[in-house]
Design a protein around this ligand. Structure first.
Ligand SMILES: [Zn+2]
Ligand SMILES: [Zn+2]
Length: 330
């Protein structure tokens, strides 16, 4: 579900001047959101072990792993701050553990045809078991999995789609606004103000228009006939994210989903270039300048806001209830 950023990254989020965090930056699960309805997780029937494809020394292998071991490793793979206050990190890891477990249990058999349940990349969720040996938060992640053992985020008795992202920029969005397709009642568009407000980041990314045109031409979704002449936001959602982006060349016009546009540019320039679809774009000389808010897709839990809420004294369950209203954890 998340990429973990190098700790030296200058753009990391800082909360309360103390905590720098590596956050979910890409669409991750989101890029391949399927909303499967088959539930393998009715209460009381959690698997004790799951099959995970791991990458070891450049080759892939399938490992059968105890569910809770998987959960602790996935949690610390998805949330790995370079520094922070232990009590706060522990509570954030509890949230990540519940999310990781919910994802694992509701996507068992996603790679069934290949003989395993989940892969270890952001296609499913990031799983780097070595972190349980090397991360300074390994013990905290194991404790977080233990304290939440067996708990899933549920909606109407089914495991929920516990989507999350690094920074909502101040407002979350619905799944349909970001990817099209079905919505979920608990993945809401709402302001993330109050406790979370100080933590949201604004960003700017400047790129030569020639490089931008080349990047967009590299993907059929954003490829135009002839050279790119303009980029405009055709429709925004309630938060302000670009739902539809209009690309023009002389003679042709194409509309692309905002999240597809971001994905294409992330492949070309990295996830930290155009960090979200909540942006304006303008021409400055030979460059295009994007100015935006937040980091990631903006659906579900905002890690930056969640941390700020925990730091201000909110309980784990309050944070979950805020970002996934109507769900229960049990
Ligand atoms: Zn996968
Ligand atoms: Zn937020």
């Amino acid at each position: 579900m998340a990429l973990t950023l190098p700790s030296r990254d200058p753009d990391r989020t800082t909360v309360g001047g103390r905590l720098s965090v590596a956050l979910c930056v890409m669409a991750c699960t989101c890029l391949s959101l399927t909303f499967d309805t088959a539930s393998t997780a009715q209460r009381g029937s959690l698997p004790s072990r799951i099959r995970v494809q791991v990458i070891e020394q450049g080759t892939t292998a399938t490992r059968e792993i105890a569910l809770e071991e998987y959960v602790s490793a996935a949690a610390v793979s998805e949330f790995a701050p370079p520094a922070g206050e232990m009590a706060l990190i522990e509570r954030m890891l509890e949230i990540q553990a519940i999310i990781s477990r919910t994802y694992a249990v509701s996507h068992l058999g996603r790679h069934g045809r290949d003989g395993f349940d989940l892969c270890s990349t952001t296609h499913c969720q990031l799983f780097e078991p070595g972190r349980l040996r090397t991360s300074r938060w390994a013990a905290a992640a194991i404790d977080a999995a233990n304290r939440t053992e067996g708990q899933l985020l549920r909606y109407a008795d089914q495991p929920a789609e516990a989507l999350f992202h690094a920074d909502c920029g101040g407002h979350t969005s619905r799944a349909r606004e970001v990817w099209g397709g079905p919505d979920r009642d608990y993945l809401v568009s709402r302001p993330d103000r109050g406790l979370g407000d100080q933590t949201h980041v604004r960003w700017e990314y400047r790129v030569a228009r020639s490089a931008l045109a080349k990047a967009l031409a590299s993907d059929p979704r954003t490829r135009l006939e002839g050279s790119l002449t303009s980029i405009a936001i055709a429709r925004r959602d309630d938060a302000g994210r670009a739902e539809r982006i209009e690309l023009r060349s002389r003679g042709t016009r194409k509309e692309v989903r905002g999240e597809d546009f971001r994905e294409v540019l992330a492949r070309a320039f990295g996830a930290r270039a155009v960090r979200s679809t909540w942006f304006n774009v303008k021409n400055v000389g030979n460059d295009a300048v994007f100015a935006g808010r937040g980091f990631g897709h903006g659906v579900g839990l905002c890690q930056a806001g969640a941390l700020a809420r925990l730091a201000a004294g909110a309980k784990v369950r309050d944070v979950i209830a805020f970002y996934y209203p109507g769900t229960v954890v049990n």
